[in-house]
Structure formats: C-alpha cells, structure tokens
Design a protein around this ligand. Structure first.
Ligand SMILES: [Zn+2]
Length: 254
C-alpha cells in the first residue's frame, strides 16, 4: 500500500493494518496507530510512580515499566511497519504475560526459585525461537493460551475480594478487554468496507487506547490484591473523583 507521502522506512515487511500508510508524515507509517500508544505510556507511568512512592514490591515496578516498553515498542513498530520491529513488539508481549503469570501464581508456589527460573528460561527460549521463525498465527495462539492460563487465578482473586471498588476495577478490566477485542477484530475483518468510508474509525488505534486502560486496571487490581495478602490495608481512592488508584497503609511495627 503506497499511499500519500513517500515512505522513509522503505517497503512494508510486517503485517500491514487497516490504517492508510504515510498519510500525515513520511516518518510515521501509521499515524493514529502510533500516537494511540501515548495514553498507555502515561497510565503506566502513573502506575509506576504510585508503586514506587508507596514502596510496593519490585515486581509491580517491573510490570509498569514493561507496560511502558511494550507501548513504546508498539509505537516504533507502527511507525515503521518493519518485520524486525514487529518481533520487537511481539516478544515483550509474551514476556509481559509471563510476568503476570508470576505475579498471579507465585504467592501460592511452594518451591520459590523454580518458577522464576523456569519462566526466565521460557522467555529467553521464546525470544530466540521467535527471532528465527516467522510465526504469525502461531504467535496469536500461543499468546491467547498464556492469557487463558491467567484467567482462573484472576477469577479466584475476584471471588475473594470483598471490597466493592476493587471489584469494580476487575469489571473495568473485563469491559475494556471485550471492547478492545471488538475494535481489533472489526478493524481486521471489515477493513475493506471501512476503507470506502469517508471516515475511518481507526479500530486498531482504539484497541491501543483501550488496552492502555486495560493494563492499568489489571495492574491496579493486582496491586490491591497483593496489598491485601500482605495486610497493608489497601483502599481504592479516586484522583479528582474519577481516576482510581490504590492507597496502602503498611503497619508501623516493621
Ligand atoms: Zn498495534
């Protein structure tokens, strides 16, 4: 698809999305798919500051930073549409799921060092294999399996949480995930039709924005659950009455 301005990055070698290429700048292949990652970066930054300020465990800082890296990787990928950048976007997606897996399951794990070691080698092996082969469909199946593995434990946390505001975070997580998936799918399936419209609703860009919020709600809910396990008296409070985050009060005696 050679539309509009000339392309600084050369011919497209990755998956090409429904948005027309090089319309607004010859340096940015897909303009909306690139800038729609900015809210996700800002939300992850807010989460990171909150985790550091209240001295949450390091795993949460790593989680927020990995969300930021992912969004930045996505910006680079959508602005260049090159195969290498697509790999650079997809490999961290898998690492991040392994991190979620660790946060969800490690509190109940008996052999403390086996799981992190296994997950680390699994992540490293995946990166190597993914660099050598083009997956496409296989990548999506593998990623969806990783997501499905996390759901039962998320559900268990949801059941055990009594706090209404924390439960609302989990509901927002599910709602944004469903909406985002609908946007992603319809952009993919109806691209031909959409391309004839005067106005492209930019389903893939909406997916980025919604997934930015989705990660924020997931991380905030997990921070709440972890704080509850550690008996840090977590509360969901709202900045300016709308924006939720977790506030904790650690016992003074330690
Ligand atoms: Zn994308």
């Amino acid at each position: 698809m050679e539309d509009g301005l000339s392309s600084f990055w050369g011919p497209v070698t990755s998956t090409d999305w429904c948005e027309k290429n090089y319309v607004y700048s010859s340096y940015i292949a897909e303009f909306f798919n690139t800038i729609s990652n900015v809210p996700g970066i800002l939300l992850a930054l807010i989460g990171l500051v909150n985790a550091l300020r209240q001295r949450f465990e390091k795993r949460f800082s790593v989680l927020h930073i990995s969300n930021m890296i992912l969004a930045i990787g996505s910006m680079i990928y959508h602005s260049t549409l090159q195969h290498v950048q697509q790999q650079g976007d997809e490999t961290p997606m898998v690492w991040e799921m392994l991190l979620y897996f660790y946060i969800l399951y490690s509190p109940d794990w008996h052999y403390r060092s086996t799981m992190p070691t296994f997950l680390f080698f699994y992540g490293a092996l995946y990166a190597v294999v993914h660099a050598l082969f083009r997956f496409g469909f296989g990548f999506k199946v593998h990623y969806i399996i990783l997501c499905l593995l996390c759901i039962p434990r998320m559900y268990k946390y949801y059941i055990y949480t009594k706090d209404v505001s924390a439960k609302r975070l989990a509901k927002l997580y599910v709602a944004t995930l469903l909406l985002a998936s609908i946007c992603w799918l319809s952009d993919r399936v109806f691209c031909k039709e959409i391309s004839h419209w005067h106005f492209n609703p930019q389903g893939h860009a909406l997916w980025h924005i919604l997934m930015g919020f989705n990660s924020y709600f997931a991380n905030t809910f997990l921070m709440f659950c972890r704080a509850q396990q550690r008996e840090w008296n977590p509360k969901v409070v709202y900045f300016l009455g709308v924006f939720p985050y977790v506030k904790i009060q650690k016992p003074k005696s330690h």
